[in-house]
Ligand binder design. Sequence first.
Ligand code: ZN
Ligand code: ZN
Length: 407
Amino acid sequence: MQQHLKDYARLIVQIGANVQKGQTVVISASADSAYFVRMVAEAAYDAGARDVVTRFFDDALTRMHFLRADSAVFDEVPGWIPAFFREYADQGAAFIRIESSDPELLLGTDPDRIQRNNISTSKALKSYYDKMMGNAFPWTIAAIPAEAWASKVFPDLSPGEAIERLWEAIFAAVHVGKGDPVAIWREKIATMAARANALSAHQFVKLHFQNNLGTDLTLTLPEAHKWVACGEKAKTGTNFVANIPTEEIFVLPDRIGTEGVVYASMPLSLNGNLVENIKFTFEKGKIVKAEATKGLEHLEKELEIDEGARYLGEIALVPYHSPISQMNILFYNTLFDENASCHLAFGRAYPTFLDTDDRTEEELKARGMNDSLVHVDFMIGTADLSITGTTAAGEEIAVFVDGNFVV
Ligand code: ZN
Ligand code: ZN
């Protein structure tokens, strides 16, 4: 176990953030993850980090804050928080986030407080998030088990056993315990890049998604779009992997080009609440109708945040036979569930164009990039999902058949 933890920490530092000599590393994590954060910090110093800065939070305190703090605080963000992120982002620091939160942390708290908090925080941190999504600096997200999360995933096990099982699942998902994970990931990055390049070469104009859940959705892709897999390049000059694990190849859709209906294939943990059986109806790119059998009020609060929240910002392809999908575990955590399933995101897009460099925000928007304070992935992949691409010449090419790549 100890060796696996060390390998995992090294993977996060060397492949995830790809920490360089002399670089500052910023780690955000839950206080009960401190034992693992220390290992990540060790690995970062081993890689030559100049300094490791930590930002701890705590699930119980977060929940207490939403239940008991003065209502006015949810509209405020103290200036030091954006200043903290801006300062380190401007230095080209590497940002690491370790997730472990309870997927239903905020169950029963006031949805209005959650919404106001999201608006004020994402406004205050907008320039940081925009830079992050534009790869201005290397960043990565990974996860470790905590009791509430593990018990949600394995409700029939004791808390101790649930944590153990979740560790096993995470190690399997991130390829720890099968040899040198750094070497395994280098190979994986190369394989996925080749597939992404092959998709980009088609320059599909449209993608049509269909399955037996009832999904019948047509998405439009902007000109000169670029499919991206793990192993992105930060503007600071180094490669990094934004999500550990990752199985997705993604691209931005044209903001106003989505038509039809899509059904989510998994529950979504959104702002500490679960939303189940989502169905979206699109017209001219916009979600004109949102339905869900549970947690609809939380979904609607998120869609109300701004105009761009009702438009899509990501199309991600993940084979149904991906290693994480084959575990057949519902993780209730987007980092894992999105890598077991094709997904879309509503909200801001990653500017995945062939020639993004030096483009202004306005130019990118004019080319179809959606902007919003939010970016929320929701899973849509199924065993019978088919995706057909249409090229500029009108040729139809099967991209997915029965949930898996055929290109
Ligand atoms: Zn994604
Ligand atoms: Zn996403």
